[in-house]
Design a protein around this ligand. Structure first.
Ligand code: NAD
Ligand code: MLT
Length: 521
């Protein structure tokens, strides 16, 4: 595996990568240089500096994984990566404490004017009056975004005697209650807080979450902190609110463009700035670098990384349980793809029995992957669903009580204008997959190797001559199952090797045979 490290990554992470990969560290590449070089690499390790655009991804012919040493992934075009089947991983948690502590340092610096007082004293002044501050004790802190960092700030600032108000539409009242705090509306935060700090990701919903009209409803003398992402608080509006004295001060670690140039936030004395230092501690940098290296190496070994953002995360314990269902579903997908007629527009997956109790998402993706592979679209776990959608095929997933006596049953149906093709499968015992029905024919066949499907009239002296045809060609039959429906039968022969077109043709010439088809699982 060849790994390009294009942002400064701690030595521990690089060393970890070097245990199993060839690593090139090239920081400060221009966008053009990155586009030029990326095609030689299987993995890319970055922080927030490298912009992984759709154009970069388009030229990344061999790239399998993009590893972000940190949390924010707004510098990666995840949709483009997903379409190309490239796994994107990040390292949540590794820098949480550092980012929370930096935010708290910003809150206290703001309250006590520490950076300004420091510059003033070093500039030869002794101005105690000018830098009189405020206590944080008994003040209200509004926290927008109660994720990992928001929670750590909550517990620490409660110890300072602050009243905490939080807004996060994605968390439950129970989680807030466990922390002994109150969930509230954004407006209440704006109206009641003395300090407001944002800790959301940058998304289309959170861009300019705080803008001119929000400043209008804030308490006069409020102080704002942004250690999350540039742009969550509109930079021009914040600079203007501080200049007008409506906002007493602000502390900003992150900018819409980094490094910031011509940024109004840099011009205001009342605004403290740091150059994206939230995660810049010795501890956090080792944590995120090692965590990203481990995930890149896991992808290279064919394992599922724990923090993939564009594929389902499955713990090793769950994977052990799910793997037989995933394997069965993938084989069923392959089978239905080879059986199905053209013009289909819908793939249906129905789960019954014990499989219903499990997380079916990885099983569904496996079925879609098998189906697309069999119709000539090379996809992986990352881009299977998006690829199906791009082919105009709708996917539906449902659950059923009808399990035909099996303890678990997966049904796959390919629906189109020319009719519906169905395949049913079950996991037998703990591990083995069996196809138990193909269209209306009940069978019981293992999901290995190659299968010959022979549809024939339900009458004597058809099966024997078919076996003779294969025997004469030196083809060993590993298993045979016959299913009846009306006046026809479906014979399924498991064979160790593929058979030629000529042999299939010869089978169709056996009296009573209607059709023969080779299926590769
Ligand atoms: P997280 O995913 O654990 O938490 C984010 C929280 O924001 C979630 O609880 C989510 O529900 C909430 N959220 C999403 N949309 C929201 C909205 N519209 N309104 C309110 N809440 C919303 O992430 P985290 O690890 O706590 O990181 C938070 C932010 O800090 C991210 O932007 C991350 O990139 C940034 N960060 C910055 C630094 C730094 O160096 N300055 C370091 C680490 C993380
Ligand atoms: C993050 O999102 O993890 C931080 O912004 C830190 C970083 O970019 O290194």
């Amino acid at each position: 595996m060849r790994v390009l490290v294009s942002d400064p990554l701690s030595e521990e992470g690089v060393k970890r990568l070097e245990t199993e990969a060839k690593v090139d560290v090239m920081t400060n590449l221009s966008p053009e240089e990155l586009i030029e070089r990326i095609k030689d690499y299987d993995a890319l390790a970055i922080r927030s500096g490298t912009k992984v655009t759709a154009e970069v991804i388009e030229t990344a012919e061999n790239l399998k994984v993009i590893g972000r040493a940190g949390v924010g992934v707004d510098n990666i075009d995840i949709d483009a990566a997903t379409r190309k089947g490239i796994i994107v991983v990040n390292t949540p948690g590794g820098n949480t404490i550092s980012a929370a502590e930096h935010t708290i340092a910003m809150i206290l610096s703001l309250a006590r004017n520490i950076p300004q007082a420091n510059s003033s004293l070093k500039g030869g002044e002794w101005n105690r009056k000018m830098y009189t501050g405020v206590e944080v004790y008994n003040k209200t802190l509004g926290i927008i975004g109660l994720g990992r960092i928001g929670v750590e700030i909550t517990t620490r600032m409660k110890a300072f005697g602050m009243r905490i108000l939080t807004y996060d539409p994605f968390i439950t009242e129970e989680k807030a209650a466990d922390l002994g705090i109150k969930l509230t509306s954004l407006d209440e935060i704006f109206e009641k807080s003395d300090f407001i700090t944002v800790h959301t990701p940058l998304t289309e919903d959170t861009r300019n979450l705080i803008d001119e009209k929000e400043f209008d409803i804030m308490k006069p003398g409020v102080r704002l902190i942004n250690c999350a992402r540039g742009g969550i608080i509109n930079e021009a509006a914040l600079a203007a609110a501080v200049a007008e004295g409506k906002v007493a001060g602000a502390a900003v670690d992150v900018f819409t463009k980094e490094p910031p140039t011509d940024n109004p936030l840099l011009e205001q004395k009342g605004i403290i700035v740091t150059p994206h230092l939230g995660a810049s501690t010795a501890e956090a940098q080792v944590n995120v670098a090692v965590a990203v290296a481990d995930q890149i190496l896991a992808v290279n070994r064919g394992e599922l990384p724990p923090n993939a953002l564009n594929m389902p995360a499955i713990s090793p314990e769950v994977l052990v349980v799910m793997e037989p269902y995933m394997t069965l579903a993938e084989k069923m997908g392959r089978l239905i793809g080879q059986l199905g007629r053209d013009g289909y527009d819908k793939l249906e997956i129905i789960y019954g029995g014990t499989v219903v109790e499990k997380d079916s998402n990885p099983v569904t993706i496996s079925a879609v992957k098998g189906f697309l592979d069999s119709i000539g679209h090379k996809v992986n776990f990352v881009n299977a669903l998006i690829n199906l959608k791009e082919h105009g095929i709708t996917l539906t997933e449902s659950k059923t009580e009808a399990i035909n006596g099996y303890s678990n049953l997966i049904t796959l149906k390919l629906v189109g204008q020319k009719g519906t093709t169905s395949v049913y499968g079950t996991v037998y015992g703990k591990k083995e997959g069996r196809i138990v029905q193909i269209n209306e024919y009940r069978v019981y066949v293992p999901t290995e190797g190659h299968m010959i499907l022979v549809t024939h009239e339900d009458k004597p002296n058809v099966i024997g001559p078919c076996c003779t045809v294969l025997g004469e060609k030196g083809i060993n039959i590993g298993g045979m199952h016959v299913g009846r429906a009306g006046k026809e039968q479906l014979m399924v022969l498991n064979v160790d090797h593929p058979v030629s077109e000529e042999t299939l043709e010869k089978l169709t010439r056996v009296p009573g045979v209607l059709k023969s088809l080779l299926i590769k699982l």
